[in-house]
Write a protein that binds this ligand. Structure first.
Ligand SMILES: Nc1ncnc2c1ncn2[C@@H]1O[C@H](COP(=O)(O)OP(=O)(O)OP(=O)(O)O)[C@@H](O)[C@H]1O
Ligand SMILES: [Mg+2]
Length: 237
């Protein structure tokens, strides 16, 4: 496995009007690595995923995938080269079946990927493959969103708060899934409030606050960092 980063982003700025939702954010990711992205509500985590996945273009900064600058590539083109994401609030095609939702993504993604059947098996939705997406409960909708992203054959996967609302058992299964994906060589950025969940997956984190990166390093070091502690205890800027 190459030790070169598969994804490098630097000096990312994203503004909404005069407001800087992202202010000079950067990091790198190697194949098979999991990077945790943590920080309080509104700190810019989802916006960063939106920029890296191509939903938004940055106002400044670079995004390099295997050396190519993809900062202004549209989302579908990134999916074709193996960059995909899950959504904080999944929005499946509700009137399509679970299997059809996954098949659509497979059709437009990078080949070879796991087949829709293999993906549904992997996330444990095979028994509801023929149900309409609107019939799923919220945990199943999250797994369907993961399945949809996986069916596109990602090399890089951005996971936005997959753990929120899952019970202990579901959480454990999702953590196992993500670790298996990393072992297969997929690079992951995992946005999460649940630090115990992050700790199970990785000890490498970027901590954000108010659009800025305030820490990069191990979760253990982050817990001892005065700036990070101030933010989490609500006494920060
Ligand atoms: N499309 C948008 N238009 C205007 N402001 C936005 C937009 N998207 C995000 N923001 C603002 O940017 C900031 C960062 O939001 P973002 O959703 O990235 O935070 P987050 O870290 O994902 O928070 P959470 O943990 O609550 O999901 C917030 O102040 C938010 O209101
Ligand atoms: Mg968010």
């Amino acid at each position: 496995m190459s030790h070169e980063p598969i994804l490098t982003f630097e000096n990312i700025v994203k503004k909404f009007g005069a407001f800087r939702a992202l202010d000079n954010v950067g990091a790198e990711l190697k194949a098979g690595e999991i990077l945790g992205l943590v920080g309080p509500n509104g700190s810019g985590k989802t916006t960063l995923i939106n920029v890296l996945s191509g939903l938004y273009y940055p106002d400044a900064g670079q995004v390099h995938f295997r050396g190519s600058d993809i900062a202004r590539w549209p989302m579908h083109k990134r999916a074709q080269i193996g960059i995909n994401r899950t959504f904080q609030i999944p929005k499946p095609f509700k009137s399509l079946s679970v299997e059809e939702n996954v098949a659509l993504s497979y059709h437009y993604g990078r080949k070879p990927a796991m087949t829709p059947h293999e993906v549904l098996d992997f996330v444990g939705l095979n028994l509801v493959a023929n149900q309409l997406a609107l019939q799923l409960n919220s945990a199943q909708q999250k797994l369907l969103d993961l399945a949809r992203a996986l069916a596109s054959g990602p090399q890089i996967l951005f996971i936005d708060e997959l753990a929120a609302g899952l019970n202990h058992h579901e959480l454990q299964r999702v953590a196992d899934h993500l670790l298996t994906l990393a072992q297969k060589g997929i690079a992951l950025i995992v946005v999460e409030h649940h630090l115990g969940f992050v700790n199970q997956l990785t000890d490498r984190v970027v901590v954000m606050n108010a659009g800025k990166e305030i820490f990069q390093g191990s979760l253990e070091q982050a817990a001892q960092d005065p700036v990070v502690s101030a933010v989490y205890l609500g006494t920060g800027s």
